[in-house]
Design a protein around this ligand. Structure first.
Ligand SMILES: NC(=O)c1ccc[n+]([C@@H]2O[C@H](COP(=O)([O-])OP(=O)(O)OC[C@H]3O[C@@H](n4cnc5c(N)ncnc54)[C@H](O)[C@@H]3O)[C@@H](O)[C@H]2O)c1
Ligand SMILES: O=P(O)(O)OC[C@H](O)CO
Length: 341
């Protein structure tokens, strides 16, 4: 039985550990939190992050990074984006070059604007790396409800190893060589999902959300292509697929945060209430800055930035979006390279 490990005992790390255990791997999990490790080892439930789901006793939980990582064929990094670099710094002295790193966080590093594969590469340049992304809420994956994911790496052989590790009759995994597009889809959809939540919080209807999602995927593709992604990836699971699930799901933390701010709560109150990672908040800041630097038109991202960081009122930003200069939908699409003839 191959050993694998999951670094991070939040909701997503837990759901993926359950999947790997079901698929016959010897699964070890790491958390920095001693009391969380003790609680789950005793009750077999991750009550804070994934209540109601029972961990089989075969899943080992520890706070000892070295023993968790030793001999693991695959190391799954399941901490929030802003923690990825610090965790990789902590593990790099024990990681061997033949261990495959799989990052499942969806975000961009705040200080550098880097994608997470770039962050990991800076710290561990010689390891193979795969991004696992796609429309997938932990609450459903942990209950083995049908889900699809994408394992992205320019090295197809490595992507297929990860595809095989996670795939089972309830979890279908595709491969994609466009790691830039897959990473950016996962990071940027959180911005739009926050906006979709804001629409709900403001009491707007289905029309507004459909508009936001449609113009949102166009905006994601526009920025993504400028950052080196392939446009087609945004039509796939890690693009439009994840956008749909995050904008519409009751499980989404990004959408929930948007709802609260649409209802008039402050950012501080919102984060306190959601009490889990809301990746779209930092992603908005990074995308806003990259958009300015590359001179890319990002009206939705800029509107959300103004709510999050400039105290703009959500309803005023919607009015500003609606009253921009008129446009031809197809002309814009052609100009931005979405249609080539
Ligand atoms: N929850 C989901 O359904 C889901 C699905 C797909 C992808 N993701 C992505 O996975 C990533 C993790 O999300 P999550 O839902 O598991 O988050 P979470 O908030 O449920 O849990 C995060 C875990 O990371 C730990 N952590 C935080 N900072 C840390 C640090 N500096 N060092 C070590 N551990 C740290 C926390 O203690 C917690 O155990 C995010 O980028 C998220 O976008 C989540
Ligand atoms: O709960 P969210 O908003 O972080 O979304 C979780 C996943 O990314 C959905 O695919």
């Amino acid at each position: 039985m191959d050993k694998v490990c999951v670094i991070g005992l939040g909701s997503w790390g837990s759901a993926l550990a359950l999947t790997l255990c079901k698929n016959g791997y010897e699964v070890h999990m790491w958390t920095r939190n001693e009391s969380q490790a003790n609680e789950i080892n005793t009750t077999r439930e991750n009550s804070r992050f994934l209540p109601g789901v029972i961990f089989p006793k075969e899943i080992k939980i520890s706070t000892d990074l070295e023993s968790v990582i030793k001999d693991s064929k695959i190391i799954v990094l399941a901490v929030p984006s802003q923690a990825v670099r610090s965790v990789v710094k902590q593990i790099k002295h024990v990681v061997k070059e033949d261990q495959i790193l799989v990052d499942v966080a969806k975000g961009l590093e705040r200080e550098t604007g880097l994608r997470l594969s770039q962050v990991v590469k800076e710290e561990l340049p010689n390891n193979e790396y795969v991004t696992l992304s796609g429309p997938s809420h932990a609450e459903e994956v942990s209950r083995f409800m049908p889900t699809t994911l994408v394992a992205a790496s320019p090295n197809l052989e490595i992507a297929e190893i990860v595809q095989d590790a996670f795939m089972n009759p309830q979890l279908r995994v595709y491969t994609n060589p466009d790691i830039i597009g897959v990473e950016l889809g996962g990071a940027l959809k959180n911005i739009i999902a926050f906006g979709a939540g804001m629409c709900d919080g403001l009491g707007y209807g289905d029309n507004a959300k459909a508009a936001l999602m449609t113009r949102g995927i166009t905006e994601m593709g526009r920025l993504g292509v400028a950052m080196g992604a392939h446009v087609t990836t945004f039509t796939g699971l890690s693009g439009i697929g994840d956008l749909i699930v995050t904008c519409t799901s009751m499980h989404s933390r990004n959408r929930r945060a948007g709802i609260l701010m649409g209802e008039g709560k402050s950012l501080e109150e919102t984060l306190k209430e959601v009490d889990m990672v809301v990746e779209g908040i930092v992603a908005t800041e990074v995308a806003y800055k990259v958009g300015k630097k590359l001179n890319i038109d990002l009206p939705i991202t800029n509107a959300i930035y103004s709510v999050l960081y400039e105290n703009a009122k959500p309803e005023e930003t919607v009015r500003a979006l609606m009253t921009r200069s008129k446009k031809n939908e197809m002309e814009e699409v052609v100009n931005n390279g979405f249609v080539h003839n």
